[in-house]
Every structure is written in structure tokens, then in C-alpha cells.
Design a protein around this ligand. Structure first.
Ligand code: NAD
Length: 371
């Protein structure tokens, strides 16, 4: 089984879909790894760190005889065009953002296992790249917040007296939010969390943070949130506004699958925030959670900073690549046995991860968005 590893070409993408430890394990499964030269450089992994792989400069040549192609971001159209009919692609795709590419993958009869479609079920946890990457983003967001303000976070006693702990509010407590809370607690902040899924309360409290209960339950399908009604938004604002205004740092991570990020913080709420406070908007890739957010930029509104970095996992590229490559290995292990590919479509993990196969778009939501 020939696996081609692509070098990422999109702006701000430092990750790579292969690390030496995973390449060794794939070799044991009977795979041959062909990597685009320099693919790991931005993740601090030189080509020489890989044993027993071959490298090539040209991505089209690399994929033309590959059975499996792996990458983080979806490949460019000219690379997909060079892929073999019936070969397998493993990468993030986000079909609603990539309608043309999705149609090309369909028409080239590529089997695409889209990393964002891996089901969030217990058995698939080791393959869940959304979670591994979100956990890194949450950690980074908390530290970025802490180093962006002119205050310390932990309660500390000095010869001149004590300083009070800083307050960090985390809005949207999924995987990234929980990781932000855990990190914020480790640096000694007083931490509050808020989400529209009530089951989050227990998780927030188990990390030693306080849950802000708004009385709104917006549980949607599959453990995700749904969009709010105006009435619910008003009910939430009545409770949350004073917490927004008391916070030194706010970290936002809220998302609704396939929709633009919900706006959790209005301009009026920002205008009432403390001088020197900072919002780290980790939802920038989906448009952001604050009305003032400019994705990819740090903006100053009065004395408040709203910083919305893009592709945050990529800023921790070494670990992000390691975790991502392991997630992909665990998927590959489901269908590569004794040096041969055999996809069992009755396996829920593989069936649900499939974006395209055999000339069709397999995922219903993607099909609706694209066709
Ligand atoms: P996500 O990235 O889609 O959203 C982040 C958070 O934003 C979610 O907690 C969501 O409820 C919240 N949110 C959305 N709109 C909001 C609003 N208006 N106000 C406040 N918060 C809002 O979510 P995610 O981190 O990918 O995780 C989603 C779910 O999947 C969670 O229930 C998580 O526990 C579950 N999950 C399960 C597994 C597993 O069992 N294998 C793995 C990962 C995640």
C-alpha cells in the first residue's frame, strides 16, 4: 500500500500529516511512505528524521501512483486531478467551504475520508482530529490571553501585600473550552464557563470553575448546539453581561456545525468591559464570536483588545502534527490489513467519515451544501 504525504500549501498552515513514529507504525502495517520533500519542516521535522521513506518534490508525481493520500488541509485541485481513480484521501475538507473540490473528488471517484466527519463516538475517540486539535487551541488561547494583559493571573503574596487572582470567562465549553478552562485553572485564575448545553455544567465544575447558568437549553443534534432564538439570546444576555464586564480575559470557542459562528458578545457588551481586558476569539475560522472580531487580526476597541488568531492548532505545529498523524493512523488501521486495503462500509466510523466514494457524495449535509 503506497501512502503519499503532501506538503501543506495554504497560508498559516504549519502542520504535517505524518510524523516519524507514525511512519514506522505504517511500515509495520505493510505501507510504503512517499513524502513530499520538506513536508515536515514547518513542524520542525526534517526529512532525515524519517527512516525508510522516499521523498519527491512534485506533488502530482507523488500522488499519481498512491493508494492513500494524507494531508491536513484538502489538496489543491491540480493534485486531486493527478490522483488515481479509486484512491483514498484522508484530510480535513469542510465540503460547504469547498464545493468545487468536493465535486472534483466525487467525479474523480476518490474515496474521501474527511477528518471533520469522524463521528464523535467513544470508539472513534482515537481518530478524532477535531478534538485533538481543539484541545491544543484551548490551551493556547488561555496562555495567549494571560500574556496579552498587563496583570498576573494567580493570587500572589508579595512583601507589600497580595494581589487578587485574575478572572477568565470561557464562553462555549466544548473540547476547546474545557481545555482553556483547565489551562486557566493551572495558571491560578478564577474561572467561569458558560455554554448553551446544560450537561456542560458538571464538566466545568469538575475542573474547579464556576458554571454560569442562564437557564437556556439549546442542545441540538449529536451533542452539538443549535442556533438560538432572539428570546433565548435576550435571556442569556440578561445573565451573562455582568460576567463579561467583570472578566479580565474572555476566551470564546462557540460553534454550530455547518453554520457561521454565533455572536456571543455584542458591541455594547464590549463597550462595557474593564479597561485593559482582552477577548481571545478562538472561533475566528468560522467568523468569530464577537461583533467586533476581525478574523486573523487583533483589534483595539477603546481599552479592550479583541484578538482572533486563525488556525490556532497550527501555532502548536509539533504537537498538532503528532496528534493529527496518530488520529489518521488509527483510521488507516481500520482498513489496511496485511499490506492490503479493504474498507468495511458496515463499520460506522468509516461509513460516517466518508465524504465521497464511488462517484457519489456520501454525506447528506455535504451533498445538500454542494450539489
Ligand atoms: P463545537 O466546536 O461545535 O462547539 C463548541 C461549543 O460551543 C459547544 O460546547 C457548543 O455547545 C457551544 N456553543 C454553541 N453555540 C453557543 C452559544 N450561543 N453560546 C454558548 N455556547 C455555544 O463543539 P465540540 O467542542 O466539537 O464538541 C461538541 C460536543 O461533542 C460536546 O458535547 C463534546 O462533549 C462532544 N464530543 C464527544 C466526543 C466523543 O464522545 N468521542 C468527542 C469529542 C466531542
Amino acid at each position: 500500500v503506497k501512502i503519499a504525504v503532501l506538503k501543506e500549501t495554504r497560508a498559516n498552515e504549519r502542520r504535517v500529516a505524518m510524523v516519524p513514529a507514525v511512519a514506522d507504525k505504517l511500515a509495520k502495517l505493510g505501507c510504503e511512505i512517499h513524502m513530499q520533500a520538506g513536508a515536515g519542516i514547518a513542524s520542525r521535522i526534517p526529512d532525515e528524521a524519517f527512516k525508510k521513506i522516499t521523498t519527491a518534490a512534485n506533488p502530482q508525481g507523488l500522488v499519481s501512483d498512491a493508494d492513500i493520500v494524507v494531508s491536513v488541509q484538502p489538496p489543491a485541485a491540480d493534485v486531486v486531478n493527478a490522483m488515481k481513480e479509486g484512491s483514498i484521501l484522508l484530510s480535513f475538507v469542510y465540503a460547504h467551504k469547498e464545493p468545487e473540490l468536493t465535486k472534483l473528488l466525487r467525479d474523480k471517484k476518490i474515496t474521501t475520508l474527511a477528518m471533520e466527519l469522524v463521528p464523535r463516538i467513544t470508539r472513534a475517540q482515537a481518530m478524532d482530529a477535531l478534538s485533538s486539535q481543539a484541545a491544543l487551541a484551548g490551551y493556547y488561547g488561555a496562555l495567549l490571553g494571560a500574556t496579552s494583559i498587563a496583570r498576573m493571573m494567580p493570587m500572589t503574596t508579595f512583601a507589600t501585600g497580595s494581589i487578587r487572582p485574575g478572572t477568565i470567562l470561557v464562553m462555549g465549553v466544548g473540547v476547546a473550552g474545557l481545555s482553556a478552562i483547565a489551562t486557566a485553572r493551572r495558571i491560578g485564575a478564577k474561572v467561569e464557563g458558560y455554554d448553551v448545553r446544560p450537561e456542560v455544567k458538571e464538566q466545568v465544575e469538575s475542573l474547579g470553575a464556576k458554571f454560569i447558568d442562564t437557564g437556556v437549553d439549546a442542545r441540538g443534534e449529536g451533542g452539538y448546539a443549535r442556533e438560538l432564538t432572539q428570546e433565548e439570546k435576550d435571556k442569556i444576555a440578561a445573565v451573562v453581561t455582568k460576567h463579561i464586564q467583570a472578566a479580565d480575559i474572555i476566551i470564546t470557542t462557540a460553534a454550530i456545525p455547518g453554520r457561521p459562528s454565533p455572536k456571543l458578545i455584542s458591541k455594547a457588551q464590549v463597550d462595557g468591559m474593564k479597561n485593559g481586558a482582552v477577548i481571545i476569539d478562538l472561533a475566528a475560522d468560522g467568523g468569530g464570536n464577537c461583533e467586533y472580531t476581525q478574523p486573523g487580526q487583533s483589534v483595539q476597541v477603546g481599552q479592550v483588545t479583541i484578538n482572533a488568531p486563525l488556525n490556532v492548532p497550527s501555532l502548536l505545529a509539533e504537537h498538532a502534527s503528532e496528534l493529527y498523524a496518530k488520529n489518521q493512523y488509527n483510521l488507516i488501521e481500520l482498513f489496511v490489513k496485511d499490506g492490503a486495503i479493504n474498507i468495511d462500509w458496515t463499520d460506522e466510523v468509516l461509513a460516517k467519515s466518508a465524504l465521497t466514494h464511488g462517484g457519489e457524495i456520501k454525506n447528506e449535509a455535504a451533498k445538500k451544501a454542494v450539489e
